[in-house]
Design a protein around this ligand. Structure first.
Ligand SMILES: [Zn+2]
Length: 878
């Protein structure tokens, strides 16, 4: 398991670094500090200077220099980022603390999970331990201030000899992630430097600022699909469970100057209440320090509700970590912005007016706003967090113990007592992946060695049990338990219109992944062993006279098929069940090289069973030429995630830009074209008066003004009518429905939010699992439905059979988790249809079948549309 070896590596590095520091013959800090240049002398400008950004490679050079010169700083490289830059973590503390970092880590681990510790051990840990604070900068790369601030903060912590800093060094282990997204930092810095002094200075880059996931990179905290998230999870959830975590961000330019903790209403319940009090406590100190330094425009308890997405700062409270963020007003990348008083406004949660209030006593009057302002206010926030932890080290540590032990006690007394992940699953390898993701959160999972009976149910050997009687009870509850977003006066405006949640209205991982999980009560009478290491099995291999059968219900089987097709191995798919073969299973030719099969079974966990009798109906699967539309204007995050999905499952594909589309003749190069969820105007490049400044064509250099226009629509329609398949996700369906005139109607298009509302929910669906596009799916499942999603009804034509309804919403009780208004509008309507158009067809998926690569339960609907072979139901009759 990759994450465990990475853990071992970090531990080794941390211990090695400790040994080096201890053996280095530590010079007094002041004497050593003289060798560290100021950021200004190193970079040639003050951090946050107008028009200047230090690039990640230079920043790493500076941190390396500091770590070499200062006994207060150790630099650990966790590994490479997605694009090969170093992901760096800085440990800052007194030389004495750094010399015993591994011992401090273990003390901290005892307080974070005190289940087996005696009172005496706890008292000793509180006395001997140090407060642990993690802060991360530059997660969102266009929010440029924090990664610049970090250099100045590091210089201060490495060189200052005053009481405040010395106390911080003595009492706190400060873990700094000076840039959470180095790839994006480099992209944005280079883009800024290219455009500075041109008409396009200060506009955001035209593409995603992470190779795949752009601004969604914090939404990846619980599924950790990227290496950056895996490093973050290792530091925060497993190796170090800090007492406090702060993410430093930037927000819009036209309101408060900086948001600091705590969060606004509503909050997501089921964390230990102490953690919410701590966030207010840290936040008060940060706000106080900002006012002390005469910084205007500080707001707290506003804008960011405590019920947000499950990104790092919002999931951490459920790990018993005071998980917080700061959000500074933005400039224009590194270019200053002037704001008039009448341009400043409230209008957000907890800040209805831009006027003085308890949590906003000092409105900023307007004027020039510069990155230097951001650097200064964020440095105050970062130091204030360390300062209050240092001044209250014992309280902070004792609270860590209290939160962990009280959450464990609540879990032991409450309902459900545990979640069982039965061994019997539709897609057992995805269930194993869910368990891996829980382990990645540092959650304790147990496995039954043998079959057991509980509450009248029999669970097979190998079933997993996740007890709520553990410190991370809160995380477990939200990742595995049904979640209903509140519908009350916190979530409706005065007219009764629902207010959009900050992000999704549920993050129920098991539901997204299509893994069956059962909440249970009472003590479980079974032998349950704590899972150590990976739970992904190695697939067995048995060769039959006609080759192999692999399970079509497994997502991983599709990865296997793509690997086999790439190796020119013949693969067929069963469309009728027969002895030992289910509908949807893949049949692999006996000519497949044995070493390849062994390797695939080992890598993916897919079992290869002997194929002895040829099924009556099986059709060849062939590699299809896939194109995926990609645009500029900041990029489309759903497109990036889809790319990541295709690469994970090893589909070959090409990114398709405007010029290639408008040139036409697409059938010569593609069999399938995917339009990820996107607005039709954005795809076509049409604008109206509401198009915001910064995303209009004129804001970008001509080569980045994307939009394929009517010529592109014509080319895409010709592609379909000549036999191509066009696949659309969510709102992208409008392009085909309206521009091609397909005989389907989006029944939720244009409805008021009071009439239909589903902001990131899981909805119950029926699936026609005999349909070629739904092979391998269960007959019932869950669709992840976001705002802007579509629901289809067939418009009457003489050839109604040209529309196939593949996935439909159930008749009633449609909501599984999240928030749904107006279920009668979508009951029994289609969530996915295939529409014949000329010689080809359009596959419209109205929800997000591949949302953030988190919705494994519906990946196969995408895969089937991309895999070769005739995928129409009555292919034989045509
Ligand atoms: Zn941000």
């Amino acid at each position: 398991m990759k994450s465990l070896s990475a853990t071992a590596r970090l531990r080794t590095l941390v211990m090695l670094a400790g040994v080096l520091a201890a053996g280095a013959g530590l010079a007094p800090p002041s004497a050593r500090a003289q060798t560290i240049p100021t950021p200004e002398s190193f970079f040639g400008f003050q951090m946050g200077a107008d028009g200047k950004l230090a690039r990640w490679d230079e920043l790493v050079e500076y941190y390396t220099l500091i770590a070499n010169a200062s006994p207060r700083v150790q630099l650990v490289t966790m590994g490479d980022t997605t694009m090969g830059h170093p992901f760096v973590v800085l440990f800052v503390s007194s030389p004495e603390n750094l010399a015993r970092l591994e011992a401090l880590r273990q003390i901290n681990a005892t307080l974070a999970d005190p289940r087996s510790a005696s009172d005496e051990t706890i008292e000793r840990a509180v006395a001997d331990g140090k407060a642990v604070v993690v802060q991360s900068m530059g997660l969102h790369a266009t929010e440029v201030g924090a990664s610049q601030m970090a250099a100045e903060l590091m210089y201060d912590l490495a060189t200052r000899t005053d009481g405040e800093v010395l106390r911080i060094l003595d009492e706190v282990v400060s873990i700094m992630i000076p840039c959470f997204n180095p790839d994006g930092q480099v992209m944005v810095t280079d883009w800024y430097n290219e455009t500075v002094g041109t008409a396009y200075e200060g506009v955001s880059p035209p593409s995603l600022y992470h190779k795949y996931i752009g601004h969604d990179n914090n939404r990846d905290a619980f599924q950790t699909n990227t290496v950056e998230s895996q490093y973050g999870a290792q530091i925060m959830f497993r190796d170090w469970v800090p007492q406090a975590y702060v993410d430093h961000h930037q927000m819009g330019a036209y309101g408060a100057r900086i948001y600091v903790p705590p969060y606004a209403e509503p909050i997501r319940p089921d964390a230990d209440p102490l953690v919410w009090r701590e966030m207010s406590w840290y936040g008060a100190h940060i706000a106080y320090k900002e006012e002390e330094a005469d910084k205007a425009g500080v707001v707290n308890a506003a804008i960011y509700s405590g019920w947000g997405h499950f990104g790092f700062h919002w999931i951490t409270p459920f790990h018993n970590i005071a998980g917080m963020l700061t959000e500074s007003a933005s400039a224009r990348l590194a270019t200053p912005l002037f704001l008039h008083p009448d341009q400043l406004r409230g209008g957000s949660r907890g800040l209805p007016e831009y006027e003085a209030q308890t949590s906003f006593p000092n409105p900023w009057p307007g004027g020039w706003w510069r990155v230097r302002d951001i650097v200064e206010q964020q440095k105050i926030a970062a130091l204030a967090t360390l300062d209050i932890a240092a001044r209250n080290r014992e309280t902070v540590l004792r609270n860590a113990y209290l939160k962990a032990s009280r959450q464990t006690a609540r879990g032991a007394e409450g309902s459900p007592a545990a979640f069982v992940i039965p061994a019997d699953q539709h897609d057992a390898l995805t269930a194993a992946e869910l368990v891996e993701k829980l382990l990645g959160q540092g959650i304790e999972v147990r496995r039954a060695a043998s079959e057991f009976r509980h509450e009248g149910r029999i669970y097979g050997a190998g079933s997993f049990v996740v007890s709520m009687a553990q410190p991370k009870r809160g995380v477990i509850r939200w990742l595995l338990g049904r979640t209903l977003y509140p519908d009350n006066s916190y979530t409706r405006d005065r007219e009764g219109n629902p207010i959009r949640p900050y992000d999704m209205s549920t993050d129920t991982m098991s539901e997204f992944m299509g893994v069956h999980v059962e909440p249970v009560d009472g003590p479980i009478a079974a032998t349950l062993d704590v899972v150590q290491g990976s739970v992904t099995p190695v697939g067995t291999v048995a060769k039959g006279t006609l080759g192999y059968v692999i399970d079509g219900r497994l997502n991983e089987s599709v990865r296997v098929v793509n690997r086999l097709l790439a190796a020119d191995v013949g693969v067929r798919r069963a469309h009728v069940a027969s002895d030992g073969v289910r509908v949807g299973d893949f049949l692999v030719s006996a000519t497949a090289p044995g070493d390849l099969i062994d390797r695939l079974a080992g890598e993916t966990g897919v079992a290869f069973q002997a194929l002895e009798a040829d099924p009556s109906a099986a059709r060849p699967v062939a590699s299809r030429r896939i194109g995926m539309y990609q645009r500029y204007f900041g990029g489309n995050i759903d497109e990036g995630w889809t790319r990541l999905l295709l690469e994970r499952f090893e589909f070959p594909y090409a990114s398709l830009f405007d010029a290639e589309i408008t040139a036409g003749n697409l059938n010569a190069r593609y069999d399938v074209i995917v339009l990820p969820a996107d607005d039709v105007d954005r795809m076509m490049g049409t604008e109206d008066k509401d198009t915001p400044v910064g995303s209009r064509a004129e804001d970008y250099p001509p080569e980045y003004r994307s939009g394929f226009g009517q010529a592109g629509v014509d080319a895409l329609e010709a592609f379909v009518t000549k036999g191509g398949t066009l696949v659309t996700f969510a709102q992208a369906g409008t392009l085909a429905i309206e521009k091609f005139g397909l005989p389907v109607r989006n029944v939720v298009g244009g409805l008021q939010s009071t009439e239909f509302w589903s902001p990131g929910s899981t909805l119950r669906i029926d699936i026609d699992d005999d349909h070629p596009l739904a092979l391998g799916m269960p007959s019932r499942g869950l669709a992840t439905f976001l705002a802007g999603g579509q629901v289809y009804e067939v418009v009457a034509t003489p050839q109604n059979e040209r529309v196939e309804r593949i996935v439909t919403f159930v008749a009633r009780d449609i909501l599984q988790s999240g928030w749904l208004l107006g279920e009668d509008r979508i009951a029994r309507k289609a969530a996915m249809v295939a529409v014949e158009h000329g010689a080809g067809r359009v596959v419209l998926i109205g929800f997000r079948p591949q949302h953030r690569v988190q919705t494994h339960g519906t990946f196969k609907l995408v895969f089937n549309a991309l895999l070769g072979g005739d995928t129409a139901r009555d292919a034989e009759t045509r």
